[in-house]
Design a protein around this ligand. Structure first.
Ligand code: C5P
Length: 505
């Protein structure tokens, strides 16, 4: 049957992982196919189906790709020399179809992680996956063990053009894409159908399979489309789980009333595909644009204050919290100026990063960034700097240790709060070792900021908030004091961004 080019097929499928998933083989088998430049005969059926699902016209006798219509689903890299060299694709109309497709899969593309639950409505999740891609949304599929009794991972992989992750998540997969990464690298998690069992496990915080682990680890918004028998839906246990999930901020789509697969009538039907897709599109649109037109200044990291040309005073701030806040605001469309002291983190995408060292430099950069609508001072600014000339190196001599005189640094938070171009919403942080709420309230009054997030420097278990990936805080806003439990710093950033969104909404 040889006439096909294995590399071209892999590229058209979206990568080696897709071919592995389609044929249920390991990486070494794919290497062998590439070395021989031939696929086994048994690959013809699934590869043909997957390529057609991605919009390609394929000759089934030899798996040669003849052309491609414009599918929203496909994302074929154009820079692949094998693909570019393929005459049928590189020339004429099919070539421009690829170009458009490539553009639509650029960095701005929204991503949905679709968890397919194990119910009779599971097959409808495939339609949802396809329709989301019509809206230029990249979909990655995850299936519970029982979902794969209803639809195969192969169908989901073929329709999404991405590997479908299942409970058989192997160590190889884990090395390629850890489950935490899977949970994080998405703009939204969608569960279709959300079965009574999956809702119960999520409501109780179980993490006993890949789907529930993702639901526990994700910091992205979660939407669920429940579907089950009407008696199961009406059961107090399901209703309580539903209420818990809604209270935690999960958006429910349906269920609808009507006839069910089991022959009964009532509430519990999966919402129509269009309704689910419209709800997701609206959620993503709102999320991405909610802070558009707003400028936020975020300070992050430590400041370092020179003692001489080689030594400095610093602190333990990692910048993780401030950077996560900048990322969360930028993801919602805000223009973000991130003024950061030296940290070892990459600065988030779509922010204007201003690198500074000392508190005075941070102050100047913040003032230069005005006007702004929002200021969030998450940096651990040094309270003092060394007086006098700090150029040159202090020498160790027989006169004993040098005397270092300290001078107070400008207070950036207080200066922004009192500025004539004061941002409408000014938020500070307070790291306290005791009397968290009272000290934070006093600090808010002293600094003149609107909200303050207060966290304990040392937690109950003795660990420090600095350099940790998690944080818990009290939010003092207006007359209220909210207790935000320990959570990943990324989640805390999202929660703060939600509050800011509500403030400006
Ligand atoms: O006074 P204290 O350092 O406890 O206040 C903490 C808050 O004030 C944080 O939001 C911090 O970023 C901000 N701050 C500032 N400039 C300073 C000192 C603190 O912006 N010089």
């Amino acid at each position: 049957m040889k006439k096909h080019d294995v590399q071209t097929i892999i590229t058209a499928l979206g990568g080696r992982a897709q071919l592995q998933a389609l044929l249920s083989v390991g990486a070494s088998a794919v290497s062998n196919y590439l070395a021989r430049d031939e696929l086994p005969q048994r690959a013809v059926g699934p590869v043909c189906a997957a390529l057609r699902a991605r919009g390609f016209t394929v000759d089934p006798t030899c798996l040669e790709i003849i052309g491609q219509r414009v599918p929203a689903a496909a994302s074929v890299p154009l820079d692949n020399p094998h693909m570019a060299g393929n005459r049928q694709i590189a020339n004429g109309a099919t070539g421009s179809a690829l170009l458009d497709t490539h553009r639509s899969s650029g960095t701005g593309q929204a991503r949905v992680l679709l968890i397919v639950g194990g119910g009779i409505a599971a097959y409808k999740a495939l339609g949802v996956a396809r329709r989301l891609q019509d809206h230029d949304i990249a979909v990655t599929g995850v299936m519970t063990r029982s979902a794969s009794e209803f639809v195969t991972p192969l169908s989901l992989a073929a329709l999404t053009g991405q590997k479908a992750y299942t409970d058989l998540f192997s160590l190889t997969d884990e090395a390629e894409m850890g489950h935490i990464q899977l949970a994080r690298q998405t703009d939204l998690v969608l569960v279709v159908p959300a079965t009574a069992n999956l809702m119960a496990r999520t409501a109780n915080g179980l993490a006993d399979d890949l789907a529930t682990t993702i639901l526990l680890a994700t910091t992205a918004p979660v939407m669920m489309a429940p579907a089950m028998n009407q008696a199961m839906w009406g059961h107090p246990a399901t209703q309580e789980n539903h209420a818990v999930l809604v209270a935690r901020g999960i958006d429910m789509i349906g269920p609808d009333d009507g006839g069910m697969a089991c022959g009964e009538e009532g509430t519990g039907r999966l919402s129509p595909t269009d309704g689910i897709v419209d709800a997701v599109v609206a959620k993503l649109a709102g999320r991405h644009k909610a802070l558009a037109g707003h400028h936020a200044i975020v300070t992050s990291g430590p400041t370092i204050e020179p003692i001489d040309s080689v030594r400095f005073i610093a602190n333990r701030s990692s910048g993780k919290q401030g950077h996560a806040i900048a990322a969360a605001l930028a993801a919602r469309g805000a223009k973000v100026t991130l003024v950061s002291g030296p940290v070892s983190l990459p600065h988030p995408p779509h922010v204007t990063h201003v690198a500074v060292e000392s508190a005075r430099e941070m102050m100047d950069a913040c003032m230069a960034a005005l006007p702004a609508d929002i200021a969030i001072c998450a940096a651990a600014v040094a309270d003092w700097h060394v007086a006098g000339d700090t150029s040159g190196k202090l020498k160790k001599d027989h006169a004993g240790p040098p005397r270092i005189e300290l001078v107070e640094n400008p207070d950036i938070l207080a200066s922004l709060s009192a500025h004539k171009k004061r941002p409408q919403l000014v938020i500070g942080f307070a790291a306290e070792s005791e009397n968290l709420q009272a000290n934070a309230a006093a600090k808010r009054a002293r600094k003149g900021c609107d909200w303050i997030l207060a966290n304990a420097v040392t937690r109950a278990d003795g660990s420090s908030v600095f350099d940790s990936d998690s944080n818990g805080a009290l939010l003092l806003a207006g007359n209220s004091c909210e207790d935000w439990p320990q959570m990943p710093k990324i989640a805390l950033a999202e929660r703060l961004a939600d509050r800011i969104e509500a403030h400006f909404g």
